[in-house]
Design a protein around this ligand. Structure first.
Ligand code: S3P
Length: 427
């Protein structure tokens, strides 16, 4: 589906964005693994979270919508059927986290996904889970579908070759079911939603510099259930923040948004570029939450690399868009992970931004962007990737002439209400 986005003279208003997708996946999984009834509230939306809900239902959890934005989940105590075929849709988080969670259950579980998910690398979870004793089959080149033959697990100390919260979480969820202490080491910290929520639920989590451990035992599976209010998704908020910073006139205020330090890399990047951002923390546990206000400002180029990459991994396309409007040469490196997201985001960004007139060079591990270049209109392809679709929509809001996004429907994976929110704020 094609959708055109026209330049906005003004972007103004207060928004409450959809519930944090990463936390929503975990809340639904952990509620479905617990023994009692849990209540999860927030603006839960998007096809990805629905994929997790459907998988948990297929494994025996009951999920009922009690009212707008409130899901009541009756858990299984992780006593589940010995066989299941689970459709993870477009969601890498669903597939990778569930692989770890299922590795400790006796049975045979097949996890499959849509064409985009079917191209994504799975050896990064298969290898550590095999080391722990699970049977994990992938296609010959390490892609889905995955078949997990679960059973008793041995704890491991595993150094993850990529800083990835999905890999770390899969190992920790398997580790919960192993007899002893399972440790994951990372070269740079990835988002820590799994360990925060598990610790909040009473699981024994140990953190030291560069590593995180979980003590096996069944605490989660006997948990009587919990109440969790989900914060807004900073990854969704980021579209409006960047739109406001790049617009001729704007003030955007996003309330109740998650500010987990493993996710705030985009705020650091925009601040380093000289953006006018105000960050007001309002709550801290189990997840930091606050209000973020953005206004237009003159941007300068920056370098984005190292530990900032995992903390901004989903927002790097937006950082690249901002860089097209910044004075100087912005370098994004150490970001080879972008090649194995829902699409090859380095290639799709380079082609799309160049089509709009930006000066962008793609590299194997990132992008070099020279700015500022006014963006012209044109047609760009989202390549089936929700974040690319919305990044190009923001490009349309700040371009001189409309931008048409081909494959707009992908946006519903994480932000089905994007166009409604756009109507509220764009003038
Ligand atoms: C996620 C982790 C990140 C991120 C993804 C969600 C999560 O992936 O890109 O959108 O919820 O754990 P990696 O862990 O593979 O970097």
């Amino acid at each position: 589906m094609d959708r055109s986005f026209s330049p906005a003279a003004r972007i103004e208003g207060t928004l409450e964005v959809p519930a944090d997708k990463s936390i929503a996946h975990r809340a639904l999984m952990f509620a479905g693994m617990a023994a009692g009834t849990s209540r999860i509230s927030g603006k839960i939306s998007g096809e990805d979270v629905n994929s997790t809900r459907r998988c948990m239902e297929a494994l025996g959890a009951q999920v009922v919508e009690e009212g707008p934005g409130v899901l009541v989940v009756t858990g299984t105590g992780w006593s589940i059927p010995a066989e299941a075929n689970l459709d993870c849709g477009n969601s890498g988080t669903t597939m990778r986290l569930l692989s770890g969670a299922l590795a400790g259950r006796k049975g045979t579980f097949t996890l499959s996904g849509d064409p985009s998910l079917s191209r994504r690398p799975m050896l990064r979870v298969a290898e550590p889970l095999r080391l722990m004793g699970a049977g994990v089959e992938t296609s010959d080149d390490g892609r889905p579908p995955l078949t997990i033959r679960g059973g008793s697990l041995t704890p491991v100390i595993y150094r993850s070759p990529v800083p990835s919260a999905q890999v770390k979480s899969a190992i920790l969820l398997a580790g919960l079911q192993a007899d002893g202490l399972t440790t994951v080491q990372e070269s740079a910290p990835s988002r820590d939603h799994t360990e925060r929520i598990l610790a909040w639920l009473g699981c024994r989590i140990l953190r030291t510099e560069g590593q995180i451990s979980v003590q096996g035992g069944d605490q989660l599976f006997v948990h009587p259930g919990f109440e969790l209010q989900l914060p807004g998704d900073l990854s969704s908020a980021a579209f409006w923040l960047v739109a406001a910073i790049l617009a001729p006139a704007a003030e955007i205020r996003i309330e109740g948004v998650g500010l987990n330090p493993g996710r705030t890399g985009i705020l650091d990047i925009l601040t380093a570029m000289g953006a006018d951002l105000e960050i007001i923390p309002t709550a801290d546990a189990p997840e930091p939450v606050g209000t973020v206000v953005a206004r237009p400002g003159l941007l300068r180029a920056t370098e984005i690399s190292g530990a900032t990459i995992p903390a901004a991994v989903d927002e790097l396309p937006l950082a690249a868009l901002a860089a097209t409007q910044a004075e100087g040469t912005t370098v994004i490196r150490d970001a080879e992970e972008l090649k194995v997201k829902e699409t090859d985001r380095i290639a799709v960004l380079a082609v799309g931004l160049r089509a709009l007139g930006a000066k962008v060079e793609d590299r194997p591990d990132g992008l070099i962007i020279e700015g500022p270049t006014p963006l012209g209109g044109g047609r760009v392809n989202a390549a089936g990737d929700h974040r690319m679709a919305m990044t190009f929509a923001v490009a349309g809001l700040i371009a001189r002439v409309p931008v048409t996004v081909t494959g707009w429907e992908a946006a519903s994976v994480s932000y089905p209400g994007f166009l409604d929110d756009l109507k509220k704020v764009a003038g």
